[in-house]
Design a protein around this ligand. Structure first.
Ligand SMILES: Cc1cc2nc3c(=O)[nH]c(=O)nc-3n(C[C@H](O)[C@H](O)[C@H](O)COP(=O)(O)OP(=O)(O)OC[C@H]3O[C@@H](n4cnc5c(N)ncnc54)[C@H](O)[C@@H]3O)c2cc1C
Ligand SMILES: *[C@@H]1O[C@H](CO)[C@@H](O)[C@H](O)[C@H]1NC(C)=O
Ligand SMILES: *[C@@H]1O[C@H](CO)[C@@H](O)[C@H](O)[C@H]1NC(C)=O
Ligand SMILES: *[C@@H]1O[C@H](CO)[C@@H](O)[C@H](O)[C@H]1NC(C)=O
Ligand SMILES: *[C@@H]1O[C@H](CO)[C@@H](O)[C@H](O)[C@H]1NC(C)=O
Ligand SMILES: *[C@@H]1O[C@H](CO)[C@@H](O)[C@H](O)[C@H]1NC(C)=O
Ligand SMILES: *[C@@H]1O[C@H](CO)[C@@H](O)[C@H](O)[C@H]1NC(C)=O
Ligand SMILES: *[C@@H]1O[C@H](CO)[C@@H](O)[C@H](O)[C@H]1NC(C)=O
Ligand SMILES: *[C@@H]1O[C@H](CO)[C@@H](O)[C@H](O)[C@H]1NC(C)=O
Length: 649
């Protein structure tokens, strides 16, 4: 398989680094000395929808945006019959233009009818502009281009590829899986109004933060979208006293804050906050909701384990605090149970940690005249064998083994970086010595560029700082392998053979990590049980022939290959029943048995809480908890897209 299956699934861009715009300053950053739960609301959170405001409206207008005070917390699950659908543009009960105008007035003009980002590539929107189209096409791997757009998503395949950035003046650009409208929210009140308007009018509701989700969870045909991107506040609280017992520094971050912004803000305050490896990913949205794996996981577990409190608009339209003592079940679910399921998070309070020195190392070797493919894997076996000591030493790594040129082609191992917090160069060298000695003994020439950093952001940015995203050429999937597979020698052999085979025999590129977040902070939340056991997280992908012009059959073929040949053998050696799993935030959207693979043993409780907190299914996202009760009728696109009507199954 061509390595191009991965060219844009990469964040760090080992070889595809793209220059990204200059650092953005955080809009409203402040520091506070002391605070106890609940921490003071951000200014935009103080602007809330009041019953007085609703009471002042005409009964018809009030009905558009009133709260739903009967459903939440009732024990009744409001069952809709099979075939019941959310309303779709063109339907008789789609809100009239007058109603949309009224709604726009209520949200102070923040309603944006969707114009697809690539509309200038087509004549049918009356916006045709070939220079503009070329610019969009050129920047289509730049995440910030998509983040700045109210509805754009980074993965065209899940949108339905109905408006791709290719100069096609006589083609047709249609909305496809993009929402019909988005609301550019700048207050909790606007979020409440939007959510209530969607619920009261049976509209499909979506939430878009950055549009990173590569399962299409921030898309939805015919929907109304809450676009959180412009909520950028950050606050550093030097001494936070949480109702969970935590006392220490914390950061309060608004819904639109990205990993880059929170990392830079923490660094400025001489602290570490746990985020992912891609700077452009949203911090407060899908990342934390899905658990969030992080280079610091060897010390502090999953990013979601560090969340002390969240402010949330729930399905009934009310604004609540979720913490250890305020709606603890909601607090539990919001930390790991997935985005767009239990509420719209408007801000979070997370623990901040002291700076530690960090050693990083970039390690490379490849096949050559003297290094056969088999020999490369013999050397790599030692690396895999050491995952127990590596994770016991609190470290994390990110690597790719590129397969180029088919079954007789080249393999190259490229790790950037081995990430060793609170290590010295000496302790790092000691840790990796058995691996490096083994490579030397096998005469595999390798390079290791090792460096000590004084702060987290320096170590992070130098290695992962550049993001490129977006691809219609692949479908990705992943597997979480448990430590148990390393503890039992026979199981280890089967596991290793499956991974080696993927690369050596099937000539497929593999990416991945050694990492073990475990439950380092000893918290009880919805993070998948698979993450409590994981020791390695591997990523595979399948190439879509035909790329952006692929037929549904070609997409289906790639999806079948992904399920059966790429991830299947890994799933077989690391089944859900033995604490294997798949990370829901970076997964194959049509993963079989996604409930157990994505949510582990937490699924039954999550489903119960979904029915409690969202009995009317205001929130829907593909593969989200409870989503098996719905389907998007996209007409068989070869994978699940968001280009279709949402109906009960
Ligand atoms: C290049 C790349 C690198 C990545 N690296 C990492 C990594 O290192 N570690 C890691 O753990 N993950 C990583 N991810 C996965 C990432 O965590 C998910 O894609 C995540 O869903 C992105 O969240 P977002 O809010 O930025 O994106 P969006 O696509 O805007 O939203 C994702 C989901 O969250 C929901 N959502 C967004 N905001 C809110 C809100 N305020 N309230 C409720 N629901 C909300 C959306 O509705 C949607 O369901 C990476 C993804 C990409 C594409
Ligand atoms: C990121 O991009 C900058 C500018 O193009 C480059 O100097 C730097 O080496 C890149 N970093 C990584 C980790 O690729
Ligand atoms: C994108 O723009 C850059 C800089 O303007 C240019 O060098 C590059 O060739 C363009 N790439 C494409 C694919 O158009
Ligand atoms: C969204 O609202 C913000 C104010 O919160 C404004 O600065 C920005 O220009 C708006 N963006 C769009 C696309 O309307
Ligand atoms: C969390 O809240 C529960 C009550 O909901 C309480 O029993 C427990 O002590 C709290 N945890 C801490 C560490 O305070
Ligand atoms: C391969 O090995 C031979 C003999 O040991 C040596 O002379 C040669 O330099 C090596 N080639 C490479 C590319 O390392
Ligand atoms: C790979 O090499 C072997 C041995 O040289 C050869 O028999 C086989 O045909 C090659 N396969 C491909 C796909 O090139
Ligand atoms: C870092 O290591 C030192 C010495 O081993 C230890 O005392 C300290 O607690 C560690 N720091 C953290 C954050 O764990
Ligand atoms: C595992 O594989 C290694 C290397 O092939 C072999 O030496 C060892 O005996 C195997 N162990 C078990 C338990 O199968």
């Amino acid at each position: 398989m061509a390595p191009s299956a991965f060219t844009s699934a990469l964040c760090a861009g080992l070889q595809f680094a793209a220059a990204v715009s200059a650092l953005q300053p955080s809009n409203h950053a402040v520091a506070t000395r002391d605070s106890t739960v609940p921490a003071p609301l951000f200014a935009y959170e103080k602007k809330q929808l009041t019953i007085e405001r609703i009471a002042a409206l005409s009964p018809e207008d009030a009905a558009l945006i009133d709260f739903d005070d009967d459903a939440v917390d009732s024990d009744v699950i409001i069952d809709k019959p099979k075939g019941f659908c959310k309303v779709f543009p063109g339907d008789d009960d789609w809100p009239s233009d007058d109603k949309w105008d009224k709604f726009d007035e209520l949200v102070d003009g923040a309603l944006i009818p969707t114009i697809p980002l690539a509309a200038p590539c087509y004549k049918n929107w009356g916006l045709y502009n070939p220079q503009q189209c070329a610019k969009i096409a050129n920047q289509s791997v730049d995440p910030y281009l998509h983040e700045a757009d109210p509805t754009s998503n980074m993965w065209p395949v899940f949108q339905g590829r109905t408006c791709v950035a290719i100069d096609r003046p006589d083609g047709t650009c249609s909305l496809g899986g993009f929402p019909a409208y988005a609301v550019n929210v700048s207050s909790v009140e606007q979020i409440q109004l939007t959510l209530n308007f969607a619920r009261n009018n049976n509209l499909r509701l979506v939430i878009k933060n950055t549009g990173h989700c590569y399962l299409g969870k921030s898309l939805g045909a015919g929907s109304l979208s809450i676009w959180t991107h412009n909520l950028k506040n950050l606050e550093f609280i030097e001494n936070y006293k949480s109702d969970s017992g935590y006392e220490g520094p914390a950061v309060k971050a608004a819904a639109g804050v990205t990993v880059r912004e929170v990392y830079q803000f923490a660094e400025k305050n001489n602290a570490i906050v746990l985020g992912g490896i891609c700077e452009s990913v949203g911090f407060t949205g899908g990342y934390l909701a899905g658990g969030g794996h992080t280079p610091m996981s060897g010390y502090y577990g999953m990013a979601a384990d560090n969340v002390e409190a969240l402010e949330v608009v729930t399905a009934d339209g009310h604004f609540v605090t979720a913490s250890n003592t305020s709606h603890p079940d909601l607090y539990w679910a919001l930390r790991g149970g997935g985005g767009s399921t239990f509420g719209v998070v408007t801000s979070v309070i997370v623990r901040a940690h002291p700076q530690v020195p960090i050693v990083t190392s970039t390690i490379k070797y490849a096949t050559s005249a003297n290094v056969s493919r088999e020999l490369l894997w013999e050397g790599t076996r030692k690396y895999f064998e050491l995952f127990i000591p590596f994770t016991d030493a609190h470290t994390y790594s990110y690597f790719w083994i590129w397969a180029r040129g088919g079954v007789n082609g080249t393999l190259s191992f490229e790790m950037q970086p081995f990430f060793a917090p609170n290590h010295t160069i000496e302790s790092f060298n000691e840790l990796v010595k058995p691996w490096f000695d083994h490579l030397r003994a096998l005469n595999i020439p390798f390079t290791a560029e090792t460096k000590l950093h004084n702060t987290f952001y320096s170590a992070y940015h130098e290695n992962w700082g550049n993001d490129t995203v977006g691809s219609s050429a692949t479908v990705p999937g992943n597997r979480l392998f448990p430590r148990g597979n390393w503890e039992d020698p026979e199981k280890f052999n089967r596991t290793f053979d499956a991974i080696r085979r993927h690369s050596l025999v099937n000539a497929r590129t593999v990416g991945g990590y050694h990492q073990a977040p475990r439950n380092r902070l000893n918290v009880d939340n919805a993070v998948s049980s698979a993450f409590r056991h994981v020791i390695s997280f591997l990523i595979g992908a399948s190439l879509i022939e035909g790329d952006v012009n692929a037929t549904p059959e070609q997409v289906k073929k790639a999806t079948d290959v992904l399920i059966n040949d790429v991830i299947g053998p890994w799933k077989k050696v690391a089944p859900d029943s033995e604490f294997g799993g798949s990370y829901l935030n970076e997964a194959n959207v049509v993963e079989p048995d996604w409930q157990s693979s994505f949510y582990g043993v937490q699924y039954p409780r999550l489903l119960e809480l979904k029915k409690k907190w969202d009995p009317r299914s205001v929130f829907y996202a593909t593969t989200a908890v409870g989503s098996e009760e719905w389907e998007v009728l996209d007409g068989e696109q070869g994978t699940q897209t968001q280009n279709g009507r949402l109906c009960r199954v």
